[in-house]
Design a protein. Sequence first.
Length: 462
Amino acid sequence: IESVHAKRKGDVKSAEITDDQHQQILELAKCPNIRERFIASIAPSIYGMWHVKTAIALSILGGERKIAAGKHRIRGDINTLIVGDPGLAKSQFLKYIEQTAPRAVYTTGKGASAVGLTAAVTRDEHGQWCLEGGAMVLADDGICLIDEFDKMNDQDRTSLHEAMEQQTISISKAGIVASLQARCAVVAVANPTEGRYDPQRTFAQNVNLSDPILSRFDMLCVLRDESDAVQDERLADHVVCSHIRSHPEATGDARNIRPKLEQKASHVQPIDQDLLRSYIVYARQKVHPKIQDIDKEKLANFYKDIRAEAFSSGGAPMTARHIESIIRLAEAHAKIELRQHVTSRDLDNAIGVMLESFIQSQKHQVSEELRKKFRRYIAQATPLADQFALLLEKLFKDRTERIRLSRAVYDGDLSQVAVKMSDVVQQIEQNDIDLEEAHSFMRTSRFSNNYRLEGETIYRIS
C-alpha cells in the first residue's frame, strides 16, 4: 500500500488535542463538582446506576503502570465485572464504552474462544506458520469488552488468567515461542445462573465463576431489578423523554425536552460527549498521578477489617490484589480532576468504591450489617448532604411500601406519603450523622426542591 500519511485507529498516543479543546479541558477540571459531572456523563441516556457508572469511568481512565524492583511489572488497568438481572442495560454500557473510549474491542463470550481472545497460530498463503493476535492483543492500551462472560467455557476463561494480571500472552505452538502484550482493562458482563440475581445467596452461588478469575476483577457491580414506585416513575419519565429527543424528525422543542428530575436546579449537568472524549484522551496521555502522602495506616486497617469479613461471611474473595486495586482506583480518581498527585480524598473515594463493590456481593442480611460496621469508611467517601438525602429516600421508600401493603387499594399518590420528624432524628442518630449538618441541609435548595416540611412532618414533592 502506498500512502502519504497513515494513522492507527484508536491510538491514544497519536491522538491530538487542539488548543481550544485544551483550554476547555483545563476550565472543566476546575469545576468543584467535576467528579460528579464526569460520572454523570457516562452513558447519560441510561437512568441511575451510579455505582456502575463510577466503575466504568475509573476503568476508562485507569491507574498507573509501575515496574517494581526485579523487573516485576504491576498493572495499572482496572478490571470490572458487571452482574445483574435481564433488562438493566448491561450490554448498552459496553456499547457505550466501545463508542467513547479511545480504543476498545467488543466481543461476546459465546462467540469467542480462547484463541479468539488471546492469540492463534495459523498458516499464511505460503504455508508458513504465523501468529495472529486475538481481542485482548488488539485492545492493547485500551479496553477489552466481553459480553455474556458467564457463557464462556471454563477452559477459555482459564486462558484469560495470565492476560488479566501479568498483561502478557505467552504462546508456544508449532515451533513459535513468543510473548505478546495485552495491556488492556477488561470490562465483562455476566448474567446470574438462575436468570435473576437472588440476594439470599452469596455472589459465588449466583455467578458460576471461579475464585481465581473473580480475584482478578478490581470491582464487582451487582444490578438488581427492584420495585420502587418513585424510581420507576422517574425511569419511565427518563425513557419517554429520551425517545422524544432522539426521534430523527424531532423539532427544536422536542430536542430540548428534559425529564422532571433534570429540570431541578440540584441536578448535575453532564459534560458534552465530544468534550468528554477529548478529556479522557488528555487524562490518559498527560496525567500520571504520584502516590506520596497516602495514609498507609488507614489503607492497612481497612484491608485487615474487610479481609476478616470476607473469610467469615463469604461473598467475593478479598486478596492482596485488592490492595493494589485500591491504589489504582485512587490514581483514577486523581485523573478525573487532572491532578498529578493522589490526595486523602482520592483514597477515601477509592475505599468507598471498593467497599460498595464488596457489600453488593454479599447476602442481603449480611450487607446491611456490613454497612453499619464500615459506616466510618462510607461517611468519609460520601458527603454529608448525600448521606442525608439517601437516608430520607430510604425512609420514604419504607413508608410507601408499608402503606401499599396495609391498604387493599393504593392510589399511588406519592405526595401524600408522610414521614415524621421523630423517625428522621432517630435514623440520624443511628447513622452517626451530625444533627447540625442535617439541619443545615434542610435549609438548602436541594431539600426544598424535593421535600416540604409541614410542622413535624416531611412530605415528598412529586
